[in-house]
Write a protein that binds this ligand. Sequence first.
Ligand code: GLU
Length: 440
Amino acid sequence: MGLYPTLNKPATKPLAGIRMEVIMTEQLNPFKIAQQQLDEAAKLLGLDSGTHAMLREPIRELHISIPVRMDNGQVKVFKGFRVQYNDARGPCKGGIRFHPEETIDTVRALGAWMTWKTAVVDIPLGGGKGGIICNPKEMSAGELERLSRGYIRQVGRILGIDKDCPAPDVYTTPQIMAWMMDEFNWINTRFEPGMITGKPVAIGGSLGRNDATARGGIYTVREAAKLLGIDPSKTTYAIQGFGNAGQYAATLMKEVLGSSKLIAASDSRSGIYNENGIDPHQLVKFKLETGKVEGFPGSKTITNEELLELKVDILFPSALENVITAKNAGKIRAKISAELANGPTTPEADEILYKNGVFVIPDFLCNAGGVTVSYFEMVQNSYNHYWELDEVQKKLDAKMTKAFHDVYNMHKNRKVNMRVAAYLVAVQRVAEVMKLRGWV
Ligand code: GLU
């Protein structure tokens, strides 16, 4: 058995006396995966059963229905969630996703990962997540505003800078954060910008929040490259997922690491490849103008699967969950997989990557820059005093570098892969506080 207990189940029941091929299926439910990852850490840490049980489930969650009058005059009811996974170390913190395939189990998993994320970068917050089942690509700005305000009318009762503080995530934007803050402030009749982060700078957002997820991830890549003996200025890289984090990663690599070469990028439709290099700024412009990466001048069209299997120094999975699975993990040829997305790699794929020597910077470490600057935003909102950009970036660098080395040292000392090491660091910190508070 490898690092994780396998959750494989036969898809068909073998019948007595009949020779049947047992078809194995991989566990792809994100919450089951999050629990499986925690179980492994709990075993290695020797956690007592009460602490383990508390960390396996969210502390509380709210399921809501949001009526929205659509532009055609009809009312449509949207389902939404807010999961407060664990607030032992401080108020819950985590984004809100707008996605047609949102499920409560995905939100639970993301809430768990936020709990480990805030712990691994050691900011005084817990973990939570929210989601609405909707397709924002098919909604007008007016419909999105009414949906965002409706979400706060339902969930606002459990939010606040000292309770639970949301932020942007998949398909939610600074504008959506501004509407949500405004609705919350009307309801509570006071100005409380710190109840949500990732706001536009003009209304209490922090400088440096927009690119913080990507920038923080690149700081960890810089540290990993040093330890692995890779010259960061000579790296090639590929970006899977050209959304907020992916676009900033594309353009920031050069700024942070010196010269490096983007050779492939993809979005939900397809990918592009050019071995001679792609100008990341031109590609971002092209994507903004056309809504896709495909057709970028001088590039060849490839699939998302082909992109993941390219021979590159650094691969940035930057979209959604479960893109690197037992099926394709053996074909990954990157030296470093820097996970800007949440949950891109399954436990079985993790084992394969580890065996093959692919150095994974796990999601809740690699993409923790976003929540770290969100925390800086909350601090600035509380003081009503704002920092310069270089101060934000310096503080972010210090947090990410320290977190990376905490995890790397654990990886070396305990001889476990980087994801298990990140779990050991984070779970230990949350467990310690639960004990101090007398919960367990
Ligand atoms: N949604 C981002 C994440 O998954 C940011 C969360 C936050 O800033 O609270 O880390």
